[in-house]
Design a binder for this molecule. Structure first.
Ligand code: G4P
Length: 524
């Protein structure tokens, strides 16, 4: 098969949602409908074990397990689907943000009872940074939720995207009888007892069998609803969807398997194939003959004794072949990659070949960093892997001062993995850690102990927010001279302003109008 055909058949996406909306359930059901798992239940069972996060060993297990579950690849209708998992816990949202840089589209799951929730808004803002196309799945129609039209209004007003319903629900809660597909003119009848949630497909709203299946009253209601919906809602516009301005909406009940197959079909039929990617020098098209890709996630491997890590690389162009020599742009060194892994279903297979949109895992001992670009030879640098301004800060204190070297090394390496951010104030020897969620500190303390043999204490510190500084040399020097106590260097030796509160931050910003105070920065 040509590179072009391989690209046409690939779809790479992630699922985003507020916790409990049904992301895990939908993931599992997609895998089940895609034939990638035999028994539904495995993914949710894993999630259950992940819940006990206060226990260190559980955290360990969680990290180990999630290597295999981070990327799931399976074939569906002659296509290759790459589904990238994002951590459920919001403390690990940085991981989620980075994963979103490696996909071409996303599914947003909304709970029909709760509507748009806080985490949905946050994640959507991240998708907006790259205009990622989003398909919406309104879940839990088997419960007494909000009126569908109200939910669409909320998505439009809160998330600022037009909604184009692709299906429309027939009743909800106890009266939920299925959905009508507005574009195929078919009714899918919901039957909770049926093997895959659907008992019957009826062609046409005027089909007399509709009354038979769902009763005349509900059938008539549906006919009226659909007329209204067709008149009042947006029709699906592929260009608007691909530009991230419109979201096609499907309804269903993941736990009852209902609407899941339609979702999978929507991914194949509507969502984009692997897209061109931006580098500092040029746009890289997926069908280019030469291989290129970037690392969006680093994960410590199962065995903490061997500091192995897996670097997750998104292929952006060309073809990856096992054993290929690829160049790490940051070091200029070539690596022969004989042991890369792919993620067919849940098994780790050795990667023989991979194309744009695929993810490969490259085992390494800490030589590969977050944001690294790899190519066959050309000096490219993919952009867009963000670091976010941390919201929590801790000062690292060591129990045994003789272990200072290990502590520094450990913190540096864990920062390179993206576990937390590390800041070194220019006017002291403190080591300040920054995180988006406090659970990240627990993970770091645990890993320092088990992987680096360092007992560390984290103390609260006075900082509340951070901004990356950009400006001319003289301006920055003046700022550093005046506010040395608030300026630190991050892992990449970039200046960061650490502010004890918002007032301090805005006062400093006012004094240095020519310096930019950035909330995100690209990882280099
Ligand atoms: P998440 O990954 O987004 O956090 O959500 P998850 O899939 O874990 O689902 C959260 C809860 O919502 C689970 O219930 C799940 O069974 C339920 N759920 C998912 N889809 C549907 C649906 O279509 N209808 C209804 N009524 N519930 C749904 P739980 O009580 O937390 O777990 P469990 O007791 O079901 O295992």
């Amino acid at each position: 098969m040509s590179i072009e055909s391989e690209i046409h058949r690939r779809r790479t996406f992630a699922i985003i949602s507020h916790p409990d909306a049904g992301k895990t359930t939908l993931t599992e059901k997609l895998l089940w409908f895609g034939g990638a798992i035999q028994v539904a239940g495995e993914v949710r069972a894993r999630k259950a074990s992940r819940h006990a996060t206060s226990d260190w060993m559980e955290l360990e297990k969680q990290r180990g397990i999630s290597v295999t579950s981070s990327v799931m690849q399976f074939p569906y209708r002659d296509h290759i689907i790459n589904l990238l998992d994002t951590p459920g816990h919001e403390d690990f949202s940085e991981d989620t943000y980075r994963t979103l840089t490696a996909v071409d589209s996303a599914i947003m799951v909304i709970d029909s009872v709760n509507g748009v929730e806080a985490q949905t808004i946050k994640l959507l803002n991240v998708c907006r940074m790259r205009d990622t196309p989003i398909i919406t799945f309104i879940n839990k129609l088997d419960r007494e939720g909000r009126e569908p039209i109200e939910l669409l209004d909320e998505i439009e007003s809160v998330l600022g995207m037009q909604c184009a319903p692709m299906t429309w629900p027939i009743g909800m809660g106890k009266r939920f009888r299925g959905v009508y597909h507005l574009y195929n003119d078919t009714v899918l009848v919901f039957d909770p007892q049926a093997d895959k949630g659907t008992s019957e497909i009826i062609q046409g709203l005027d089909n007399p069998r509709l009354n038979e299946f769902i009763g005349k009253e509900q059938a008539d209601e549906l006919r009226v609803d659909i007329e209204l919906v067709r008149g009042a809602s947006h029709t699906f516009d592929s260009a608007a969807y691909l530009a991230g301005k419109q979201t096609p909406v499907l309804f269903g009940s993941a736990v009852n398997n209902f609407g899941v197959q339609m979702m999978l079909d929507a991914v194949v039929d509507l969502s984009p194939e692997p897209l061109a990617r931006v580098t500092e020098s040029r746009l890289v098209a997926p069908a280019e003959a030469k291989f290129s890709g970037f690392v969006f996630k680093i994960q410590a491997n199962m065995d903490p004794k061997h500091r192995d890590r897996i670097a997750f690389l998104r292929v952006c162009s060309g073809r990856f072949d096992r054993g290929m020599k690829i160049k790490q742009i940051s070091s200029g060194k070539f690596m022969a990659v004989n042991n890369a892994i792919t993620f067919m279903a849940q098994d780790r297979n050795t990667a023989d070949e991979a194309y744009a949109g695929d993810i490969i895992g490259i085992p390494n001992h800490g030589t590969i960093r977050l944001g690294d670009t790899f190519t066959e030879n050309e000096n490219l640098k993919f952009t867009g892997i963000p670091s976010f301004a941390p919201e929590f800060f801790r000062k690292a204190r060591i129990k045994n001062p003789l272990k200072m070297k290990q502590l520094q090394k450990g913190l540096q390496q864990l920062a390179e993995e993206g576990a937390t951010q590390l800041f070194r104030p220019i006017s002291s020897n403190d080591l300040i850690l920054g995180a988006v969620g406090t659970l990240q500190f627990d993970v770091v303390a645990h890993r320092l102990q088990f992987e680096y043999g360092v007992d560390v204490l984290f103390e609260g510190c006075e900082f509340a927010t951070a901004r990356w500084l950009r400006g001319s040399e003289p301006d920055l020097k003046q700022l550093v001279d005046k506010y040395g106590f608030n300026v630190a260097l991050d892992g990449a030796d970039q200046y960061v302003y650490l502010a004890p509160n918002r007032v301090n931050l805005s006062m400093t910003q006012e004094r240095f109008p020519d310096v930019k105070f950035l909330e995100t920065r690209e990882v280099y």
